[in-house]
Write a protein that binds this ligand. Structure first.
Ligand SMILES: Cc1cc2nc3c(=O)[nH]c(=O)nc-3n(C[C@H](O)[C@H](O)[C@H](O)COP(=O)(O)OP(=O)(O)OC[C@H]3O[C@@H](n4cnc5c(N)ncnc54)[C@H](O)[C@@H]3O)c2cc1C
Length: 228
């Protein structure tokens, strides 16, 4: 994450990390192939985007979605994050899926099961109105397929008030941990519970809006709503 220009992308060869994205700490947990990276990016609805303004790093949590080799995010055209990113700055995009708490018999070996992605690059502003509309449609449809047809589409003013950015996932890594705790043999006899507490994001019961006209049907896509 820096203001300096990014080196040429090297991920076009499947599964090849760049020098910057090669996982050095526990490299067996790293992966670089597009399918693994896309699966993790698609399984999460929110990300963090790091960028530097005047030497100060900021890491902004926001929503994202993917179309082909690009990951997208959007926001108010007045957003500092989006204005800063519109000026060809490098960003660091991360996604984290927390899959479980790993409770070991020693404090030291406690861990977490996770799937995460880190991608580096210079994002592009999506300013072609048709492309912008298609990107926003993909955002809505990704979570609730069929909903774009039901809702009022953005007006010209709303489109203007919305900035859409995209980053090509060319220089990216995934890192994953799964399974039980690592234990020292000497700890195995300790009378202490060890194991994994699985964690997942789950949709709760629907809360229909109080002003829904009576008889408004519940869309089928809400029954299948799933993340993770
Ligand atoms: C939920 C969660 C909890 C974690 N808890 C801890 C913790 O408590 N302590 C701890 O030290 N680490 C933790 N990690 C791992 C952490 O993300 C880093 O991988 C680790 O700290 C090594 O960082 P590094 O900069 O030394 O990695 P390096 O291996 O030096 O990083 C080199 C490159 O590898 C890639 N990379 C590194 N980490 C990730 C990642 N997580 N996902 C995708 N690509 C990656 C990046 O491209 C990076 O530029 C956790 C990760 C997750 C997702």
């Amino acid at each position: 994450m820096a203001d300096s220009p990014a080196p040429p992308n090297t991920m076009s060869a499947e599964a090849a990390p760049s020098e910057r994205t090669r996982v050095k700490r526990l490299p067996n947990r790293g992966a670089y192939d597009r399918q693994t990276i896309y699966r993790i990016v698609d399984a999460s609805i929110s990300c963090h985007i790091g960028y530097v303004v005047d030497g100060q790093p900021y890491v902004t949590p926001t929503a994202h979605w993917r179309r082909d080799e690009y990951v997208y995010w959007h926001g108010s055209s007045a957003s500092r994050m989006l204005r800063a990113q519109g000026t060809a700055r490098s960003v660091c995009f991360t996604v984290t899926l927390l899959d479980g708490l790993v409770l070991a018999r020693s404090a030291f070996h406690h861990s977490m099961n996770y799937r995460s992605v880190m991608a580096l690059g210079i994002p592009q502003l999506v300013d072609d109105p048709e492309e912008k509309m298609a990107a926003l449609q993909a955002f809505v449809e990704r979570l609730t397929p069929g909903r774009w047809r039901e809702v009022r589409p953005p007006t010209e003013a709303e489109l203007k008030a919305t900035t859409v950015m995209r980053l090509r996932l060319d220089e990216a890594s995934a890192k994953m941990r799964s399974g039980p705790s690592v234990e020292d043999d000497a700890d195995l006899a300790l009378p202490c519970w060890a194991g994994v507490v699985p964690l997942a994001v789950q949709a709760g019961p629907l809360q229909p809006d109080a002003l829904l006209p009576p008889g408004t049907p519940t869309p089928a896509y809400l029954g299948a709503f799933k993340l993770g």
